[in-house]
Write a protein that binds this ligand. Structure first.
Ligand SMILES: Nc1ncnc2c1ncn2[C@@H]1O[C@H](COP(=O)(O)OP(=O)(O)O)[C@@H](O)[C@H]1O
Ligand SMILES: [Mg+2]
Length: 239
């Protein structure tokens, strides 16, 4: 059996004091294997983004441990945490978070530049991603000129630049119209079929159904369900 890619053990995170209601995350334990695609569902405020941020090392738990690809993420200092994200994590957000004064190609190449990848290699990888994601004709354009679906494809390309072990997405179709949403759903589904491990937060049941093989539900910071589903469920369980 392979070691898990993500392992959360009894992770809790509380903002403010105990008088302020339930913790953002309470005693969450979760194991995700390489190649899985997991949907995190739950009402607004249930701790979904907190869970992703803890996995990404953007936040620290008050209790418990977070291990990703052999790295104890919860104990990293700031610089090591940034290095960890550059090396192992790709992130996609609801509102794309692209840099509007960089071209599409430069947005995509940014993670390679930040991690000191040789220029020629970064250039090759950018060209490859532009092609694979069907956005090559926009390489020299600025993100402001693109549709929402195209912008999200650019954001996914940027997230994949450093070949991350793990792709995290927080409501990746939340700001897209139906057609754009369809193209991003298809893209994420394809990526997982090619072996990319994905954890995504979504209210989009079509995305959860097409892309993921497992659903984790949060209520008031607690994991209340963890269910394998869909055609890929059996395959996911054996990986
Ligand atoms: N930086 C923060 N400071 C204070 N409270 C926060 C912060 N981030 C999240 N919370 C609180 O933690 C809970 C979970 O938030 P979040 O993880 O963003 O939920 P979700 O993504 O499921 O909507 C909410 O009650 C939210 O108000
Ligand atoms: Mg959220």
């Amino acid at each position: 059996m392979t070691t898990p890619l993500i392992e959360l053990r009894e992770v809790s995170r509380r903002y403010g004091g105990p008088a302020e209601g339930p913790p953002a995350l309470a005693d969450a334990s979760l194991t995700v294997r390489a190649g899985e695609a997991v949907a995190v569902l739950g009402p607004s405020g249930s701790g979904k983004s907190t869970l992703l941020n803890l996995i990404a090392g953007l936040d620290r738990p008050d209790a418990g441990t977070v291990t990703v690809d052999g790295v104890r993420v919860d104990t990293l200092g700031e610089a090591a945490s940034a290095r960890y994200r550059r090396a192992k994590i790709g992130m996609v957000f609801q509102f794309f978070n692209l840099l509007d004064d960089l071209t599409v190609a430069d947005n995509i190449a940014l993670p390679a530049q930040l991690s000191g990848t040789p220029r020629a290699e970064a250039h090759r990888r950018t060209a490859e991603l532009l092609e694979v994601l069907g956005i090559h004709r926009h390489a020299r354009a600025y993100p402001g000129r693109l549709s929402g679906g195209e912008r999200q494809r650019v954001a996914v390309a940027r997230a994949l630049m450093n070949r991350p072990a793990l792709l995290l997405a927080d409501e990746p179709t939340g700001a897209l119209d139906t057609a754009s949403g369809d193209s991003v759903r298809a893209l994420l589904t394809e990526l997982n079929a090619d072996g990319q491990t994905i954890v995504l937060v979504t209210h989009d049941l079509a995305l959860a159904r097409s892309c993921t093989t497992r659903t984790v539900e949060l209520v008031d910071g607690r994991i209340t369900a963890d269910t394998a589903h869909g055609a890929g469920a059996a395959a996911g369980a054996t990986r």
